[in-house]
Design a protein around this ligand. Structure first.
Ligand code: DC
Length: 218
C-alpha cells in the first residue's frame, strides 16, 4: 500500500448497492468517492443533447473537444465536461438509463475516460483524503488493477428492481447488465482476487462492517 493511501475498487451490476456502500465508506473514513457510472451518464447526457450518435463517436476526434475536470462536494468527486455542472437527477432519467450502456460500450468513449479516471488517485492524494473508493464495472479489472482491495457486490434481480422502485427510478436493470457484461470492451467482471458480497442478504451496516474488516487487514 503506497503512502498509507488506500485504494478500493468496487464493481457490480446496476442496483447492487455500490453507491450506497461507497458513499458510506467515503464519508466515515474520509476517502474520496468516485462514481464512474456518473461519468458515462454525463457523457451520454452530452451526446444526447448534442445529437451525437454512437456511430459518430467511432471517430475519436469528436471526443477531443471534451475537456474533463473534477469538483469536490465533501468526499464526493464529480466530473465536469467543459466546466459545465449537471445535477445528478438529470443523469438518472429513463432516456439515459436506456442509452448509457450503448455509449459506454464504445472503445473511443472508454479510452477518453481511462486516463482521467486513473488520474483521480493523485487528485485524491493531493486533496488530503485517506484513500479513494472508486465504483463501476471495470475498476478492479482495468482502471485500478493494483487496488489494495477489490470488492464485487451483487444481489438478486428482484431486490435490485425493488431498490430502483424505492428510488422512484425507471431502470432496465436486466438489459443494462446483459449489455454491460457481454460487451467486448471492459465488460462487467469480477477479478479472481475480488471479495464477493451479497448485499441482498445483509443490511448496509453489515456490508460496511464486513468491508471495514478487510480494510483493517491491509
Ligand atoms: O453505475 P451506473 O448504473 O450508474 O452506470 C451506468 C452505466 O455506465 C452502466 O450501465 C454501464 C456504464 N459503466 C461502465 O461501462 N463502466 C463503468 N466503470 C461504470 C459504468
Amino acid at each position: 500500500m503506497a503512502n498509507d493511501f488506500v485504494i478500493i475498487a468496487i464493481d457490480g451490476g446496476a442496483g447492487s448497492g455500490k453507491s450506497t456502500t461507497a458513499r458510506m465508506i467515503s464519508q466515515r473514513l474520509n476517502y474520496m468517492h468516485v462514481d464512474t457510472g456518473s461519468h458515462y451518464r454525463l457523457l451520454t447526457h452530452w451526446f444526447l443533447k448534442g445529437k451525437i450518435s454512437p456511430e459518430e463517436l467511432l471517430n475519436e476526434e469528436t471526443l477531443t473537444k471534451l475537456q474533463l475536470d473534477s469538483v469536490l462536494t465533501g468526499t464526493s468527486c464529480r466530473m465536469r465536461i467543459n466546466k459545465e455542472d449537471v445535477i445528478d437527477s438529470e443523469l438518472r432519467t429513463e432516456q439515459i438509463n436506456e442509452m448509457v450502456s450503448i455509449y459506454s460500450a464504445l472503445s473511443s468513449v472508454r479510452k477518453h475516460l481511462f486516463n482521467y479516471q486513473r488520474s483521480l488517485v493523485k487528485f485524491g492524494q493531493s486533496n488530503k483524503f485517506q484513500g479513494i473508493i472508486m465504483e463501476g464495472r471495470d475498476i478492479g479489472s482495468v482502471i485500478l488493477p493494483d487496488a489494495d482491495l477489490k470488492l464485487f457486490l451483487f444481489a438478486s434481480e428482484e431486490i435490485r428492481n425493488q431498490r430502483r422502485e424505492a428510488q422512484g427510478l425507471i431502470d432496465s436493470i436486466k438489459k443494462r447488465d446483459r449489455l454491460d457484461s457481454e460487451r467486448k470492451n471492459s465488460p462487467l467482471i469480477a477479478t479472481s482476487n475480488s471479495i464477493h458480497i451479497d448485499t441482498g442478504s445483509i443490511s448496509i451496516e453489515e456490508v460496511y462492517l464486513l468491508i471495514i474488516e478487510h480494510i483493517k487487514k491491509l
